[in-house]
Design a protein around this ligand. Structure first.
Ligand SMILES: NC(=O)c1ccc[n+]([C@@H]2O[C@H](COP(=O)([O-])OP(=O)(O)OC[C@H]3O[C@@H](n4cnc5c(N)ncnc54)[C@H](O)[C@@H]3O)[C@@H](O)[C@H]2O)c1
Length: 291
């Protein structure tokens, strides 16, 4: 036993949702080395990784989530909600947000998550711009019924990647105090472009984005394992003080755009973060106070 054990998962039961491929699979593989007592991997696709407990789930269907949770049972000490699909996939509003939300709420209400547990989502930098839309997103977050929330998103043309990821980012921020009162932390990782099957299937946009920045910086698109490291850290006891956060892991691409250090990224960073670049805002509260 030592101070560094807080980064480990000794004796813990861990659930990875969406762990058949990509970053979820990398997280499950990393967790095999963490001391965890059991790693349950839920996915729609077949799970090929050895040493884990596979459970079939379709996040697009409430009944499938209910059945999967029954098979999993509790307690679960850390949940990693990783599954996601791209624009054009039918049911994207359920797979990327409503299903994940339903799953973790059911786990909380059903006593599967005890004090000290954590829930860590994979959201996306595409979801960082939720704050100016908060009033409307809050309406969605107030809906705890699976079908009603999914219909709300479809009715407003929000059944798309950007809005589902904004919903996840807003959810971890707004509902983190409620979860913490039950002793459970919730956070989200927002990965930059990462070389996974999903990104390859949408290569021009997903991996093309930021290629100029990476060439300038001398880095490659992330490997799934490079994103699994901060994900698994966020779920560990070492991250005990981190709650309600959306942690960006994009090599500093948006930071360089926001601060005009890499002007080619200024536009996309402003668009996806839904805010003006640094130094271009007029009449900030501090300016108004004459500071
Ligand atoms: N790859 C990137 O560049 C990138 C960047 C930012 C965010 N993300 C997000 O990262 C997460 C992981 O994606 P990835 O890139 O590792 O891709 P991936 O396709 O390898 O992983 C996604 C997993 O979700 C599973 N899944 C899909 N539909 C499902 C359903 N209906 N029910 C249950 N599971 C389902 C897939 O089978 C797969 O195992 C996603 O949420 C994605 O939006 C990816």
């Amino acid at each position: 036993m030592g101070l560094y054990d807080a980064f480990r998962y000794d004796g813990k039961r861990v659930l990875v949702v969406g762990g058949a491929t990509g970053m979820g699979a990398a997280a499950a593989e990393l967790l095999l080395d963490s001391g965890a007592s059991e790693i349950v991997v839920m996915d729609y696709a077949d799970v090929t990784l050895g040493g884990v407990t596979p459970i079939h789930v379709n996040l697009g269907e409430k009944e499938s989530i209910d059945t999967a949770l029954e098979a999993c049972g509790g307690p679960v000490h850390a949940v990693f909600s990783c599954a996601g699909v791209a624009d054009g996939t039918p049911g994207i509003e359920r797979i990327n947000y409503v299903g994940h939300r339903y799953l973790v709420e059911r786990m909380l209400a059903g006593g599967m998550l005890h004090r000290g547990a954590s829930v860590t989502f994979i959201s996306s930098s595409a979801g960082l711009g939720w704050e100016p839309n908060f009033t409307q997103i809050s309406e969605l977050l107030d809906l705890d019924d699976f079908a009603t929330a999914a219909a709300w998103m479809r009715d407003r043309n929000w059944a798309d990647y950007l809005h589902t990821k904004q919903a996840v980012c807003a959810f971890v921020s707004r509902d983190s105090l409620r979860f913490l009162k039950a002793g459970v932390r919730i956070n989200a990782l927002c990965p930059g472009p990462t070389d996974t099957p999903l990104a390859r299937a949408n290569e021009e946009t997903w991996l093309g984005n930021g290629a100029d920045f990476r060439a300038e910086a001398g880095v490659d698109a992330s490997t799934p394992l490079e994103q699994a490291y901060p994900l698994v850290f966020l779920g560990s006891d070492a991250a005990r003080a981190i709650n309600g956060q959306t942690v960006v892991a994009d090599h500093g691409w948006f930071a360089a755009g926001t601060t005009h250090v890499f002007p080619a990224a200024t536009g996309i960073a402003a668009f996806l973060q839904n805010r003006a670049p640094a130094g271009t805002r007029e009449g900030s509260p501090q300016e108004q106070a004459g500071l």
